[in-house]
Design a protein around this ligand. Structure first.
Ligand code: ARG
Length: 431
């Protein structure tokens, strides 16, 4: 190995370049390339600040910004030459800048490090990802709201233990998901609020002796202000954990909805049918129409939970400040964002076009003695029975209906009066 083989970006004290295998584990450009819009934006803000603070000349700052604008165009039109020998997105952009504007490109890295750079870019990415996911959630909420209004009066059995419990309406059942999604949304927004402080200016970890203006860059990049502690700034990744948890929890909510759709679309339940567009057939059984869209979304929950566990396990026990382990912080976040977005879009489409079999739902709510609690409540309210006694009386009435293989509403008043003499014809109103 000769000295010229060492890395051009940081190889000053290196006599040889890394081995091919070292290179393989070192390189992250395939993953972090998608941080480019944020890396360009923060580099432009940094260059402008350096010029404003006279750390570099105004002319130099303009040259850097012009070069970054050119690179931005290359990236937008997929003409940017991504090269693994430059490790990550930050070095790729800087190396390209040098090709476009010459040695002055080396001044861009004054008063900053990749540590504060990546922390800043990643916070910006997460902020954007959150606002995008919030929009997707809101879209899905609108679909759910429309459906729950449409089915506000359609009676169905409400379940506990997956046993028919009490009659509810389909509208109310769906509305429960609207509320879950609303909390998912607020969790994401909360995460976005907390992460919105700027690490830039923390440099490697200790700050920098240059007279930088951190308020300027923070404001320029849409942050509420600079992060107070530079060591925390470069090493905090709890914002990623929060983001991943919020995604995992939203996915978990979706998995409950999908589970219901899967059960409801079985021949046994027959409460709902997904449209052909959101179902698939079987290669062997011609009669089958499977709710694959819902099953796939249910399956994705594992990824979302796994991503959270990956990030938290990777961060556990890391000493301050930046450690290279932390390069493993992005893939999970990108995957959770992509996955949750896709799942929300699938569920939105699948639900929007689903046909609910409201006759069957009504029928089922009559089948499972689901009005028994209403009967017990009537005994308390009308006859003044203590609830425990009313519960007991109702149990006997249900047993009677079971014996006669009829619905509660089909029982004879006289038979019920043999169990509790005070019962009147009014009871049929609640049955
Ligand atoms: N690609 C790196 C990461 O994502 C950038 C930071 C590199 N910093 C360093 N000290 N090697 O973590």
């Amino acid at each position: 190995m000769t000295k010229k083989d060492a890395n051009k970006m940081w190889g000053g004290r290196f006599d040889s370049k890394p081995t091919d295998i070292m290179q393989q584990i070192n390189v992250s450009i395939d993953v972090d390339a998608r941080l480019w819009p944020h890396d360009i934006a923060l580099s432009k803000a940094h260059a402008e600040m350096l010029g404003k603070q006279k750390i570099i000349t105004k002319k130099e700052a303009d040259t850097l910004i012009d070069g970054l604008n050119k690179i931005e165009k290359e990236l937008q039109s997929s003409k940017f030459p991504f090269r693994p020998e430059f490790e990550d997105i930050h070095m790729n952009i800087e190396a390209r800048l040098k090709e476009l504007v010459g040695d002055v490109a080396g001044k861009l890295h004054t008063a900053r490090s990749r540590n504060d750079q990546v922390a800043t870019g990643f916070r910006m990415w997460t902020r954007d990802a959150i606002s995008d996911l919030v929009a997707e959630i809101e879209g899905f909420q609108t679909t759910i709201k429309t459906l729950s209004k449409k089915h506000a009066k359609d009676v169905m059995p409400g379940f506990t233990h997956l046993q028919p419990a009490q009659p509810v309406t389909l509208g109310k059942h769906l509305d429960a998901y609207w509320h879950m999604l609303n909390r998912d949304k607020s969790r994401l927004q909360d995460c976005s609020k907390r992460l919105n402080k700027c690490p830039l200016g923390a440099a490697a970890l200790a700050g920098t002796p240059f007279p930088i203006d951190r308020d300027f860059t923070a404001k320029k990049l849409g942050f509420d202000g600079p992060m107070e502690n530079t060591m925390d700034a470069v090493s905090a990744r709890d914002f990623v954990a929060e983001f991943l948890f919020a995604c995992a929890q939203a996915g978990l909510h979706l998995s409950r909805l999908t589970e219901e759709i899967i059960i409801w679309s079985s021949t046994q339940f027959n409460f709902v049918a997904l449209s052909d567009q959101w179902s698939t057939g079987s290669s062997i059984m011609p009669q089958k129409k499977n709710p694959d869209s819902a099953e796939l979304v249910r399956g994705k929950t594992g990824r979302l939970t796994g991503n959270l566990v990956q990030l938290m396990t990777m961060m556990k026990g890391l000493p301050l400040t930046y450690n290279r382990d932390m390069q493993e912080d992005k893939e999970s976040a990108f995957d959770s964002y992509d996955t949750l977005k896709l799942c929300l879009q699938v569920m939105n489409g699948a639900l929007d076009t689903a046909k609910f079999n409201t006759d069957q739902m009504l029928q089922a709510s009559e089948d499972g003695y689901t009005t028994a609690t209403a009967l017990a409540d009537w005994l308390v309210m009308e006859l003044g029975l203590p609830f425990r006694d009313a519960h007991h009386v109702t149990g006997k009435i249900v047993k009677l209906a079971e014996k006669k293989s009829c619905k509660l509403s089909e029982l004879d008043l006289k038979d019920m009066q043999k169990i509790e003499a005070g019962i009147t014809n009014d009871i049929f109103k609640v049955l």
